[in-house]
Design a protein around this ligand. Structure first.
Ligand SMILES: [Mg+2]
Length: 129
């Protein structure tokens, strides 16, 4: 079944790159939404259901860490899987994000295949094939 993705990044170039990677990944992507920071992402998620969130960390207004904390708190019974895509790949940062409930982590720059694998892990594409 096609899944729905939200890409959160303040860089339009990075959002376009992630969208392109998903397009050519072979994954069954049904809809792709974009937001430029945590505030916009939370507003969008008030209106739209998504199966996975791909988020940057360093963004204006509300950064990725605050966004993830809000998101996972308000959906604590059925949390949306979140994959972080950030230049900050320090162990301390990753451990903190895992503790918040983040399911996957990709350090920029990343290979398209690495993104595909992270997304596959959380959307369970192998079901019934
Ligand atoms: Mg950024």
């Amino acid at each position: 079944m096609a899944f729905r993705v939200l890409i959160v990044d303040d860089s339009p170039v990075m959002r376009a790159f992630v969208r392109r990677v998903l397009d050519v990944s072979g994954l069954d992507v049904g809809a792709v939404f974009e937001a430029c920071d945590g505030v916009e992402a939370l507003e969008l998620l008030d209106r739209e259901w998504v199966d996975v969130v791909l988020t940057d960390i360093n963004m204006p207004n509300m950064d990725g860490e605050e966004f993830v904390a809000h998101l996972l708190e308000r959906n604590s019974s059925a949390p949306v899987p979140v994959i972080v895509i950030s230049t900050d790949g320090t162990v301390a940062r990753m451990e903190h994000l895992r503790a918040l409930g983040v399911r996957g982590y990709l350090a920029k720059p990343f290979l398209p295949e690495a993104l595909r694998l992270e997304v596959e892990k959380v959307v369970g594409v192998c079901d019934a094939r």
